[in-house]
Ligand binder design. Sequence first.
Ligand SMILES: [Zn+2]
Ligand SMILES: [Zn+2]
Length: 95
Amino acid sequence: MTQVKNINGITMPNCKCGCWLTHLKKHNRKPVVFCAEIRCTQMFELEGALVQNTEQNDEQWYVIALCDKHRVATDELTIVNMDLIPAMEEPNCDK
Ligand SMILES: [Zn+2]
Ligand SMILES: [Zn+2]
């Protein structure tokens, strides 16, 4: 489990992927199917949300997929154990 915070705390200009969900799907090694919240099985209307990891003291913003409910519900969320994808331009974003 991973604890994240600042859900929708900021917006950032998208990379060349066009939107953060596309960025997440491109760089995540596993398919992005469900909302990242630990108990949520919502598969529809997912969007990329920008979050920070509360378990590590870092300022990096990461992209996770959240349903419409969890995008607005809270400022702290427990999500499934996954590799967090940084919300930043990667060399292969334009591919
Ligand atoms: Zn990208
Ligand atoms: Zn959800």
